[in-house]
Write a new protein. Structure first.
Length: 255
């Protein structure tokens, strides 16, 4: 995909890889539940410890894992999400916790350590719509086997870029949030990319872990499904170029 051709939006099925046939939605936003199951069916589990930054009380990447006896830590800056989670789940899933914190590069390791999310852990998922790149880069207290990182597909398949640290989205018509596909590919160079879901979530497996039937995928950028498609068909064919042209004229952090 060169710098011009990616603006031309294809049917979404053209961007999918073999692993996408395993997508299944149980409590995740898209088909992440099925992808997570397929990944761990292949690489196995160690301690069933997982942490998710940014969650909705009844829709999250690790909620289904909690319901299958994983030890899950949920962190979000929205107190209503945390309170609803505790109201519906805390008494039945005592091995998991939901806490309210606005995580940042200065407190993330302290919070994770406080809740014993240290050393080898099975899964980390991050979706905070802002400092995702910087927070992930600064995690030193744990070594996740699998990472799911939300990326901003509107930056396209080539730019290595994030919004600046503590950047603020002031114009809701511009996809000014998070970091690009290639920013995470470079940051997680000691991981293999194995799945992309709905043009929003990247799944990585640490390189020292045997993949078995999982495939390493490359050139796997997808456009953002939710804002660009309906039933796998484009609904706004000019959206990628329009967003990109706006984004490159904003203040960005180039990697």
């Amino acid at each position: 995909m060169n710098s011009n051709k990616w603006f031309n939006i294809l049917d979404f099925k053209e961007y999918k890889k073999n692993i996408n046939k395993y997508e299944k939605k149980t409590t995740s936003q898209n088909g992440e539940d099925g992808i997570i199951k397929h990944i761990f069916d292949n690489i196995g589990v160690t301690n069933k410890k997982t942490c998710e930054f940014g969650f909705h009380w009844n829709e999250a990447n690790t909620l289904n894992l909690m319901k299958n006896n994983w030890n899950c830590l949920f962190i979000d800056g929205n107190i209503s999400h945390v309170n609803l989670f505790n109201q519906y789940y805390k008494n039945n899933f005592t091995n998991s916790n939901a806490i309210c914190h606005n995580i940042n590069i200065d407190n993330i390791n302290q919070i994770l350590t406080q809740y014993n999310f240290v050393d080898e852990v099975d899964f980390l998922s991050i979706d905070i719509d802002g400092n995702d790149y910087f927070v992930l880069k600064n995690i030193t207290c744990c070594n996740p086997r699998v990472i799911c990182a939300e990326y901003n597909a509107s930056f396209g398949p080539h730019l290595k870029v994030s919004i600046p640290h503590n950047g603020i989205r002031t114009d809701q018509t511009i996809d000014y949030w998070g970091a690009s596909y290639m920013a995470f590919i470079e940051l997680l160079s000691n991981y293999n990319l194995v799945a992309v879901v709905a043009g929003v979530n990247l799944f990585f497996v640490r390189k020292d872990i045997p993949l078995n039937n999982l495939e390493i995928i490359e050139n796997a950028w997808q456009p953002p499904y939710e804002s660009t498609y309906c039933d796998n068909k484009p609904i706004h064919k000019n959206r990628l170029k329009e967003q990109y042209d706006k984004l490159i004229n904003t203040k960005l952090y180039y990697i």
